[in-house]
Design a protein around this ligand. Structure first.
Ligand code: 9UX
Length: 70
C-alpha cells in the first residue's frame, strides 16, 4: 500500500533545484510521485513502504546537495 510523507528540504534557491530534487526522488524505486515546493521548502512524496524507506528518501536528497529532514 502506498503512503505519503512530507520532507523539509533546505538549500533550494531556484527552479533548477526543484527539478533536481524532484528527479532524484522520482528515480528511487518505489516512489510514484514527488511534489516539491521551492517556497515552502518541502517535498510531498508518495511511495510504497515495502519498496523504499523515508531514510532512503532523505539520503537521496542529501546526496543531491540539499538538506533533508522530517
Ligand atoms: Mo539554480 Mo539549484 O541555478 O541546485 S539549480 S541554484
Amino acid at each position: 500500500m502506498e503512503t505519503t510523507t512530507q520532507l523539509n528540504v533546505g538549500g533550494m534557491t531556484c527552479g533548477g533545484c526543484v527539478a533536481s530534487v524532484t528527479r532524484v526522488l522520482k528515480q528511487i524505486q518505489g516512489v510514484s510521485d514527488a511534489d516539491v515546493s521551492l517556497e515552502a521548502g518541502r517535498a510531498v512524496v508518495r511511495f510504497d513502504p515495502d519498496r523504499t524507506t523515508v531514510d532512503a528518501l532523505l539520503s537521496a536528497v542529501e546526496r543531491a546537495g540539499f538538506t533533508a529532514s522530517l
